[in-house]
Design a protein around this ligand. Sequence first.
Ligand code: ZN
Length: 367
Amino acid sequence: MTTATHPNPAGAPADTGRTMRALVKHHAAEGLQLVNDRPVPTPGPRDVRIRVTTAGICGTDRHIWQWDDWAASRIPVGIVTGHEFVGLVDTVGAAVTKFKPGQRVSAEGHMCSHTDYLARTGDAHIAADTQIFGIDRDGCFADYICVPEENVWPVHPDIPDKFAATFDPLGNAVHTVMEAGVSAQNVLISGVGIIGLMAVTVARAAGAARIYCTDVDPKRLALARKLGAAEAFDASQGDEWIKQIRRETPGQGVDVLLEMSGAPAAMDQGFRALRNGGRAALLGLPAKSVTFDFNANIIFKGCTVLGINGRRIWKTWYQSEALLRSGRLQLDDIVTHTFPLADYQTAFETMISGEGIKVLMNVAGDA
Ligand code: ZN
């Protein structure tokens, strides 16, 4: 699909004749391939071409690597993968007004035409015509990426590359925490993967009262405690912990549930630990349809359920920047590894095995 706002889809010819390295979904099976003959993309009039410095591997990239049912149904073979990054502006299209070469930037990966009802009424993050780079069109696991100017985010000089490369997942955590509202509230975070762990430190920075977490990985539960969780329960060991939460909270349950696992059992437990009249914000994606007790968990409980998708554009980005600059986020233990792009196999294995949490790839330093 080629439009004025979405030039350079996967496979578009470049006019420079230059080539670059890119991590490509080369065939419909497991793995990715690093090629060095991808044409450097040519920016359209409203595009910014960015020299990628550092890129982050997301859970979504893991699905694309493993080529599960979701990836097979969504990802065009041949695409350049990746959507989390920071880089330097390389060149800009003729109509670009806000950016110039050399500027350090990241970008919102969700692109839309900004013409539909949702985008025009302040909800561009759930616009029906959304396309995502690294999923629907070429992404950032490459030396260069072209992004529409309206999606480019200038990175504050105080924020180092290793955190600037995580604006996308951090934004998921910030969006979830802010939509739910956690200040002086008791909070349960079910599932402490990358975004769940980020939600712990974000909720703490945002003034949550007691933070409880659940997961089935002892290492991540320990990290959740280190990041400020009052208690972190192993959900595979039964649900006695729900009684403990009820005893410890005046409302007989947490005020807020942040569901980050997508696991049906964790969703059920999380809602059972939520007090009547509480709020649940759901970010975790179940692999398939789930059976769920709406009567006990939502209707008679009188709770509010929020679906969370992406990040608010640009409210979440400003909030993330403010939190990063406040010094109150503990991301050092979450961003665990950085590998050169050439070592992408090791980078993905480190992430997939669970040894690493947020794994980055150094793209520019490896050229
Ligand atoms: Zn991501």
